[in-house]
Design a protein around this ligand. Structure first.
Ligand code: SF4
Length: 294
């Protein structure tokens, strides 16, 4: 196996990979031999270019972040530097702490300088079978540092209770961890920058089912652009980006989509539809539906 003898070259490779890790990019692939540079020892790390020539398709499908590493000439250093810190531990509590430490006082996207009080990482059972994912923190969540603690959070608590679960039984997180100003919808670049940390949380928790709360969460997790009417009512197979398929004993989660509790507060007539979604989830994880409505 070829190795990098030149210490400057090793340092340059390490710096470049750390740079991408800082951006939340951990997934790399190696180009095939016939794509490699004729100058075999040269190192080039470059962003992947989406193959579609249709701008609207690129926009809708939001290709996952990855980078091409040309001629990774030292596989040991490559493996060490692209490993996520939590992959060295098996205990999910410790693993989540490591992800939180890696996130740090995050300034990776512009939401860090748009009035956030604190990062809202996620809360709940690190071994939960059921995980809820929302869009982003609101004012109450920003103030308290916990997702879904305002009026929408109270409704989510009622939904969880109606499922015969406690809030402590599940894990709750958002696509972005900092409050968008004025509760605006998080922008694509903000979601793309922050969601790798959510993916890592999911990979550690290994839930049986993820419920995406609202269209923003659904579209970001599934990378598909469709109305709620099409997204709801079925399960999707979900494996977070970067999770190792060899991770025993988890083969990914089922993902269901339902309305965001804040939407249900605005339009309570849709609660019955949300309850249907939750009943579908309950059936899958073996819970008996006790009530006719949330
Ligand atoms: S939203 Fe996420 S990526 Fe952006 S600053 Fe906050 S923690 Fe960092």
């Amino acid at each position: 196996m070829p190795t990098i003898q030149n210490p400057d070259l090793r340092r340059a490779l390490a710096d470049r990979i750390r740079y991408y890790n800082e951006l939340g990019i951990y997934d790399f692939y190696r180009r095939s031999r016939d794509e490699e540079s004729p100058q075999g020892s040269a190192i080039a790390v470059e962003p992947e270019i989406p193959s579609s020539s249709q701008p609207e398709l690129r926009e809708e499908m939001s290709p996952r972040k990855s980078v091409a590493v040309l001629q990774p000439t030292d596989e040991n250093i490559f493996e060490v530097l692209t490993s996520k810190p939590e992959q060295s531990v098996t205990d999910p509590i410790t693993a989540l702490k490591l992800i939180r430490e890696d996130l740090g006082d995050c300034t990776r996207c512009k939401l860090h300088q748009q009035g956030r009080k604190q990062i809202v990482f996620g809360v709940g059972n690190p071994r939960a079978d059921l995980m809820f994912v929302g869009e982003g923190p609101g004012a109450d969540e920003d103030a308290q540092g916990e997702p879904f603690v305002g009026r929408a959070g109270q409704l989510l608590n009622n939904m969880i209770k109606a499922m015969r679960l406690r809030r402590d039984d599940v894990y709750i997180a958002n696509v972005v961890k900092c409050r968008p100003p004025g509760n605006r919808t998080p922008e694509r670049d903000e979601c793309d920058t922050c969601s790798p940390f959510l993916m890592r949380q999911i990979a550690v928790i290994k839930p049986k089912v993820i419920v995406a709360l609202g269209a923003v969460a659904a579209k970001n997790l599934l990378a598909i652009n469709a109305p709620m009417s099409e997204l709801r009512g079925r399960f999707y197979d979900f494996m977070p980006t970067g999770a190792r398929s060899s991770d025993p004993p988890w083969q990914g989660a089922k993902l269901a989509v339902t309305y965001h509790p804040a939407f249900l507060l605005r339009d309570p007539r849709q609660k019955g539809e949300a309850w249907k979604d939750l009943q579908m989830v309950m059936k899958y994880i073996g819970l008996q539906p006790p009530k006719p409505s949330v």
